[in-house]
Design a protein around this ligand. Structure first.
Ligand code: ADP
Ligand code: SF4
Length: 735
């Protein structure tokens, strides 16, 4: 199908300095938890974005110098020439598909604790390091020599970036992470020299770095600036008016302006707290200040919103991190007129959690994210089926839906049986809770895909038992029957049930999602789950007029949502809605009048009166069906059944992302070699060992340098081998 002409404007080329972007789709820099540890996987992930039609594909922040690094977070590094081959792998993967490769060079200054290098961080003034952890590290004030050094290091990194083949090199002054922003912001810059005081002075370092970068890149590489559009702390910090002034001062100096709210949690707001295009008020007006292209983000998934951003003169290019993670093929789908195939980001920030947990990126909507290289998965292309096997999938929650659609795309004949009258399972239920409506996209995308698959049948009102399944005679049975919340208080703090006195009103999230409500007025929510559910249900009950207390053994509400960068918003919302929060509190016994509690530190006992208790604790898999089938294993052969496996929450309750991934994994591996656990079922890279004498890195899977420690020419000369230019040798991948 051809694209709708009203989207033509999105496919106009855009000039960025000496380069031309083929369209207006711009994958802005984003973290991914892979960085220097998983470079091949990272390159493949970026390459898929280019294949999916993005005109520009950027790295995450790239540390330019060992005196500024953000361990334990895993980003890319360009500390010296030995890092160039990793970068070349990425530029190659991106440019192979006709996209421009951008690199976000970063000197973290007061946002990097240097836990790895143990160098003392430095910034505009002496202050404790502000990062995502309260490391006991303070930075020192940079003097003029430090600034000269920094400028030289930055230029060296720029030259390395150009050697690695990047088309666009960034000066990074955003998210509170880039040093030039720290100089710009009056709350971090108290200097009395030429780099402090007036806005012009505070902007001096940014100007110098842009000028240095322009000089270092030469004629065939563009220079972009990523700048904080607002720090959202009013006059105390960098704010929109000042930022616009800075842009006006240097309007034509860089080749592109990329705007992002600061800090990162303000930039990547979850859908619970912000909608599509919500940064527009901060970016509007910038285009009038410069002729250079302006990029901005806003979790854009609707092509109509994108067109409106361009037509109304807000942006020149549609910046995206999360929409490009959820659907690396978003531009191609618009171009090919396949809007219904767009896998829209749900704004859950599970992708961000990858970075915060230092694990490879994952995405709720896109189970192939981060698996492109290590498992060979592709977001759009699946291996053709390898047999005529017919598969029954039981349960149409996220695991069952993903499993059925992926099996269908492989060409298998599939029946998807759902007990209820609607699809989506937990996603449908949870998307009805406050702020979670966008999560229904997980269901909607997969239902849409099923409509286009003649080989997949979806049956509602089909609660299947073991007998039914044996009668049907499918070759394989995937059981995706989900899970239920426990009613006995067992979770993390309590590993055995909490005593419950007769007459106590105990509810679980399932009860509330099914429409049940407490009989009285006061409810205690006991959250020993620590993700979103406890906070969301406290909000729901408060909205409905209940007097709500939320007790948790953790220090804060919904503690794990720190990794999705929304914990502070959740806690603020609950406080605003009048929910009483009792941290560090374990519930030890439940009764009709209330609960007994214990301080998690001292064990000191207490009590909280309430009419009902909502237990948000652990969940139990719905494994009855698998057990019934296993109990009749001797009948399988007659019924033609070769395998029965639980997937998703029915195998082990987890996130929606984990359920989708589980469904995909089943579909990707059906008819493949059995995973017995005896070999690692995915590719990984190993650190290349350095030869003790030559200093050369050697591939640990290959024979080390001849003579183990002696230089092969026996001259005794220490050949430190000039750092590689061509990307060979120094960082060879272990097979
Ligand atoms: P997951 O997150 O693993 O996909 P969900 O709980 O979201 O799990 O979805 C499970 C789905 O399975 C629900 O829609 C439920 O109605 C359905 N289901 C549970 N038991 C059966 C059964 N025996 N036969 C058919 N469908 C079932
Ligand atoms: Fe969007 Fe969630 Fe995927 Fe991140 S993990 S890209 S927020 S759907």
């Amino acid at each position: 199908m051809a694209r709708d002409p009203r989207y033509d404007i999105l496919f106009e080329p855009v000039r960025i300095g000496p380069k031309t972007a083929r369209n207006r789709f711009y994958q802005v820099p984003h973290c991914n938890g892979m960085g220097y540890r998983d470079p091949a996987a990272l390159a493949a992930m970026r390459g898929i974005k280019a294949e999916g039609g993005w005109a520009v594909v950027c790295t995450e922040e790239v540390e330019i110098h060992h005196t500024s690094e953000i361990t334990p977070f895993i980003e890319l590094r360009l500390w010296d020439d030995r890092d160039i081959p990793v970068m070349e792998r990425m530029t190659g993967a991106i440019q192979a598909h006709g996209a421009l490769a951008g690199i976000e060079l970063c000197y973290n200054g007061l946002s990097g604790s240097n836990l790895h290098s143990r160098e003392i961080p430095m910034g505009p003034q002496a202050l404790p390091i502000s990062t995502f952890m309260p490391d006991p590290v303070q930075g020192r004030r940079m003097d003029l020599e430090d600034i000269r050094n920094l400028r030289r290091w930055h230029s060296s990194a720029v030259r390395r970036a150009v050697r690695a083949g990047f088309d666009i090199v960034y000066v990074y002054a955003a998210h509170g992470l880039g040093l030039p922003q720290q100089f710009l912001s009056r709350r971090l810059n108290d200097r009395g020299d030429a780099y402090g005081g007036s806005l012009e002075n505070r902007a001096r370092l940014l100007r110098e770095l842009i000028e240095d970068t322009k000089e270092a890149v030469g004629d065939d590489c563009a220079v972009a600036v990523r700048i904080a559009a607002d720090e959202l702390c009013g006059e105390a910090g960098l704010h929109k008016e000042e930022v616009h002034e800075v842009i006006a001062m240097m309007a034509e100096l860089p080749d592109l302006w990329d705007l992002a709210l600061s800090d990162w949690d303000n930039d990547s707001v979850t859908s619970r707290f912000g909608g599509e295009g919500e940064q527009e008020p901060f970016v509007a007006g910038v285009k009038a200040l410069t002729t250079r292209p302006v990029v901005g983000v806003g979790r854009f998934t609707s092509p109509d919103t994108m067109v409106s951003m361009i037509r109304r003169g807000v942006l020149d290019m549609i910046g995206a991190a999360r929409p490009s993670i959820a659907d690396p093929f978003l531009p191609r789908k618009i171009e090919e007129g396949r809007l219904e195939d767009i896998r829209e980001c749900i704004g859950c920030n599970i992708c961000v959690a990858g970075d915060f947990t230092m694990s490879p990126i994952r995405c709720t909507q896109n189970p192939t994210m981060g698996e492109e290289w290590r498992r060979g998965w592709h977001p759009e292309i699946l291996r053709a089926r390898e047999s005529e096997a017919r598969v029954l999938v039981v349960g149409a929650g996220p695991a069952g839906l993903e499993c059925a659609q992926a099996l269908g795309k492989r060409g298998y004949e599939v029946a998807l049986a759902e007990a209820g009258m609607e699809a989506g399972g937990r996603v449908t239920r949870e998307s009805r809770l406050p702020g979670l409506a966008a999560w229904a996209r997980v269901r909607d995308y997969r239902l849409q895909q099923l409509h286009g698959l003649a080989n997949v049948e979806l049956y509602f009102d089909s609660a299947l038992g073991a007998g039914d399944i044996l009668d049907f005679g499918f070759d394989h049975v995937a059981v995706a029957t989900g899970c239920h919340w426990r009613r006995d208080g067992v979770a993390r703090h309590h590993r055995t049930p909490i005593p419950v006195a007769d007459g106590t009103a105990v509810l679980t999230p399932d009860d509330l999602m099914a429409g049940g409500r407490p009989a009285g007025k006061t409810v205690l929510v006991y959250d020993d789950d620590h993700y979103y559910m406890g906070g969301v249900l406290a909000e729901l009950l408060a909205d409905e007029g209940f007097a709500v207390t939320l007790a948790t053994p953790a220090a804060e509400v919904s503690a794990w949502t720190r990794t999705t960068m929304e914990q502070h918003r959740i806690q603020a919302r609950l406080i605003e809605k009048g929910v009483t929060i009792r941290p560090h509190t374990a519930v030890t016994a439940l009764g009709p009048e209330g609960v007994r509690t214990a301080c998690v530190f001292t064990g000191r006992e207490g009590a909280i009166g309430c009419d009902a208790v909502l237990l948000v604790t652990a969940r139990l898999p719905e494994e009855g069906l698998v057990e019934d089938l296993k109990a009749r294993e001797e009948d399988w052969a007659d019924a033609g059944i070769a395998s029965v496996r639980a997937i998703g929450d029915a195998f082990a309750p987890g996130t929606i992302a984990a359920a989708v991934y589980s469904g995909r994994k089943y579909a990707e591996t059906l008819d493949g070699p059995p995973d017995t656990g005896d070999t690692v079922p995915f590719r990984r890279e190993l650190t290349a060992l350095e030869d003790p004498v030559r200093g050369l890195t050697v591939d640990p899977a290959c024979t080390p340098v001849r003579g183990s420690g002696r230089h092969p020419d026996s001259s005794g000369r220490r050949d430190r081998a000039s750092p590689s230019r061509g990307g060979t040798g120094r960082a060879r991948r272990a097979r």
